[in-house]
Design a protein around this ligand. Structure first.
Ligand code: FES
Length: 624
């Protein structure tokens, strides 16, 4: 190690990195791909890049650090990564949870728990005794004899397909055969030893995105992951418009079903061909999705989901042959659609709950999956309740002037501050993919409204305040707006701005989510302080700035440490069910156990919703 080079041990990541003397820790961490927050871009204006530094020699506290760090922080060794510089020696750095960027978690994966491998699909190898004049037992009997130590031979369920196939397979494989069981059903027989070729797929059918994981069921390993937009989106961005379309005719329902089946087949094709797996070795598909997606995938008329009292056709899990649904895997393959809770709390929410172990919490815990339709599940420690709330498409950008999904070109983080040297407001932002910005995604919308409110540019109703002066406050077609990015910096040659109507859309969406949370809490006589853990699931939740989400009243204000971002746990839960029949039992039990609260019919609903149609008063909001 040269004199100008120091070593930093990152305790969160259990790894050493090299650091050049003279560089800020923020630069060093960024260079090494560590997802640290720097909302103001490293100019000492946000205080969000806190790290704890031990050992080594560091530069003295800067003025910015003195502003943002408490005496207690300083005692503990907390520094701002953008201010403190590497000098020499060996350092140990701990990056607190709140300083880590959550967006680095991919929306195609989620928090995963270890599962003891016990899939519904199992393969056993049998070396059968060849038939002879001395042994004239039927082929099926001699075949099952070979697996009698693993399965209850008398309880084996067979059918004509198998019986017709056995004689040729036995002789073709020189009496060595692999038997494929799906629970007690003899699903298939294959010549030779094919035990290592055993795959399944887990699918999360989201309203906007379909995610698929290919899993090796002989090892439990995830072999490949793929996702694509849900092609049904061209028939409506939200659930209601798709239900309305499907209600019109059986042809429309069939069209929506075919679209999702086709998409799943494409994802199966991509994952299997990329990993050199034969599709015939994929035997099972486990599917999670909201109740509307579940019904459309299975070809069940979703009309009654759209009509009060919004009941699903079935709550328990549904099994079907893959072939019946047009899913292209082994021709005897099986599909298991996980159970749902209610018309608007589907198997995706249930999968979230199972994946994080919400049903096993001893202390009160909550799960919030924010989306067009947001689901909230609360385990009080004694009972489990769930509700669903229509947040609408604002978080996905659909009803916002420059709104867009969190894809390349979207501004995903915004920090607005008063720049004294300019005498005006300045904006720092980050763009997904690092290109020129073309729009604003939901996470940026949260940041923008929070910042505008904190700076006193808008009032508690989200209206632009009179008397605030800024070049960024402009008027177009009689509507006031705040410019986030000037046209010259964008990829669309237009100012990217937010107006009063956008802010109103946002407030409606955040009010819907906050109402769901508060109604569940009040219904159970709990406050957020009683909740030990709050899991934020779903792809939208993956990208948000938790502090701003609390400040703006989207999420309950409490210690950040209670929050855990878990990513796409719908796919994780589906995968757990694919790997274990025991987990499937948990799904089935939990679906029955959850007490569904119909929010709109709840006596507290109206009062809560009205109260949440304003920005919280705990933010001191006054013009600069
Ligand atoms: S990045 Fe360090 S204060 Fe903003």
């Amino acid at each position: 190690m040269s004199n100008s080079m120091a070593k930093v041990f990152l305790r969160n990541f259990s790894k050493y990195i090299n650091a050049d003397a003279g560089k800020t820790f923020l630069d060093v961490l960024r260079e090494n791909g560590i997802p640290i927050r720097s909302d103001c871009g490293g100019i000492g204006e946000c205080g969000k890049c806190k790290i704890i530094v031990e050992g080594g020699v560091t530069t003295p506290l800067t003025e910015a650090e003195k502003r943002f760090l408490s005496v207690d922080d300083i005692d503990k060794g907390v520094r701002l990564a953008c201010q403190v510089k590497v000098v020499t020696g060996e350092y140990t750095v701990w990056i607190p949870f709140e300083s880590l960027l959550q967006k680095y978690k991919s929306a195609d994966i989620g928090f995963e728990r270890e599962v003891v491998l016990k899939p519904a699909i199992r393969k056993f190898f049998a070396l059968a005794k060849p038939a002879s004049l001395e042994d004239v037992r039927a082929d099926l009997e001699r075949l099952l004899e070979g697996v009698s130590s693993y399965v209850d031979v008398d309880g084996v369920d067979t059918d004509l397909y198998i019986v017709k196939k056995i004689p040729d397979v036995l002789r073709g494989g020189d009496w060595s055969t692999t038997l494929v069981f799906w629970n007690n059903k003899l699903l298939d027989v294959e010549a030779g030893d094919t035990r290592k070729r055993l795959y399944g797929v887990a699918v999360d059918i989201g309203t906007s995105k379909i995610v698929l994981h290919l899993v090796d069921l002989s090892t439990g390993e995830t072999v490949a992951v793929e996702s694509m937009q849900n092609p049904q989106a061209s028939f409506g961005a939200d659930i209601i418009s798709r239900i309305t379309y499907a209600m019109k005719s059986s042809e429309n329902l069939a069209k929506l079903q075919q679209l999702v089946v086709k998409a799943i087949n494409i994802l199966i094709e991509r994952t299997t061909s990329r990993s050199g797996v034969d599709k015939r070795d994929v035997y099972e598909v486990v599917v999670a999705g909201n109740t509307a997606m579940h019904h459309l995938f299975l070809g069940i008329n979703p009309s009654y989901l759209g009509l009060s009292p919004y009941v699903p056709a079935v709550r328990r899990g549904v099994y079907a042959y893959a072939k019946e649904l047009g899913i292209e895997i082994n021709e005897r393959g099986v599909v298991y659609a996980l159970p749902v809770v209610a018309g608007y709390v589907g198997s995706d929410a249930l999968a979230d709950a199972v994946a994080v172990g919400l049903d096993e919490c001893k202390e009160p815990c909550m799960l919030i999956d924010i989306g067009t339709n947001s689901e909230i599940i609360l385990n009080t420690g004694k009972e489990i309740l769930a509700c669903s709330t229509p947040a609408g498409p604002a978080f996905e950008g659909a009803s916002i002037s420059f709104g867009m999904r969190a894809v390349v070109g979207a501004i995903d983080q915004v920090f607005i501050y008063f720049d004294k040297s300019l005498g005006d407001y300045s904006v720092r932002y980050t763009v997904i993919g690092g290109s020129k910005p073309v729009g604003i995604c939901g996470s940026a919308l949260i940041d923008i409204v929070t910042n505008l409110y904190k700076l006193g540019i808008i009032d508690f109703r989200g209206r632009f305040r009179e008397g605030v002066e800024s070049k960024r406050l402009t008027v177009e077609n009689g509507r006031k707006k705040f410019v986030i990015v000037w046209a010259s910096e964008t990829g669309i040659n237009k100012d990217i701005a937010i107006d009063g109507r956008d802010i109103n859309e946002f407030i409606l969406a955040k009010a819907a989510v906050a109402t769901g949370i508060n109604v569940l809490l009040r219904h159970t006589n709990l406050s957020v302080e009683n909740i030990e853990k709050i899991y934020i699931a779903g792809s939208f939740g993956t990208y948000i700035n938790i502090e701003n989400a609390m400040e703006v009243g989207l999420l309950p204000k409490t210690s950040q440490r209670k929050y855990t971002f878990v990513g796409n746990t719908a796919i994780s839960g589906a995968k757990m069910a694919l790997k274990s029949v025991e987990i499937r039992k948990r799904f089935e039990e939990l679906a029955k156990k959850i007490n569904y609260i119909e929010l709109a019919a709840h006596p507290l609903f109206k009062q809560e919703f009205v109260q949440n149609l304003r920005l919280p008063s705990y933010i001191i909001s006054k013009p600069v």
